[in-house]
Write a new protein. Structure first.
Length: 120
C-alpha cells in the first residue's frame, strides 16, 4: 500500500481510538514514512512542527523519531579504502605506554628493550 499523508492521518486516528490511555503504538512503516516526510519538509524549508501538525502527531514524537533514525547505523554497504598512515613497517614502530598514561611512539625494538632495561 502506498502511504500518503491522508492515509497516515487516518491510521493515527484509528490507533488513538484503540488505546484507552497512553500514546498509541506505531509500526515501523508509519515511523519511516513520518521521518521521510519530516526530512523532506526540512529540505523544503518547512519546520518539524509544521510537518508534525500535517501528519497529526505531536512535535516531540516526530523529533524523537527523526533523531533515532539519524542515530541508527546504516545497513547499506559502503566501499572502504584502507591506507597506511606510516611508511614504517608495523613491527618496527612500537609505542610504549606507561602506567600513568605517558606514550613513547616510534620506538624500534632495540630502543624499547634498552628503555625497559633502564626503567627496571
Amino acid at each position: 500500500m502506498e502511504m500518503t499523508v491522508e492515509s497516515f492521518r487516518a491510521e493515527v486516528v484509528r490507533r488513538r481510538g484503540q488505546r484507552r490511555r497512553g500514546a498509541p503504538r506505531y509500526t515501523e512503516e508509519l515511523r519511516a514514512f513520518a521521518v521521510a516526510f519530516g526530512r523532506a519538509g526540512l529540505s523544503q524549508g518547512r519546520s518539524v512542527t509544521a510537518s508534525a501538525a500535517a501528519l497529526g502527531i505531536s512535535d516531540p514524537t516526530l523529533r524523537e523519531w527523526m533523531g533515532r533514525a539519524a542515530a541508527a547505523p546504516s545497513t547499506a554497504l559502503r566501499s572502504v579504502v584502507v591506507k597506511s598512515k606510516s611508511t614504517t613497517p608495523m613491527s618496527a614502530a612500537l609505542t610504549l605506554v606507561s602506567p600513568s598514561g605517558y606514550r613513547l611512539r616510534g620506538l624500534d625494538v632495540a630502543s624499547a628493550a634498552a628503555l625497559l632495561r633502564v626503567l627496571g
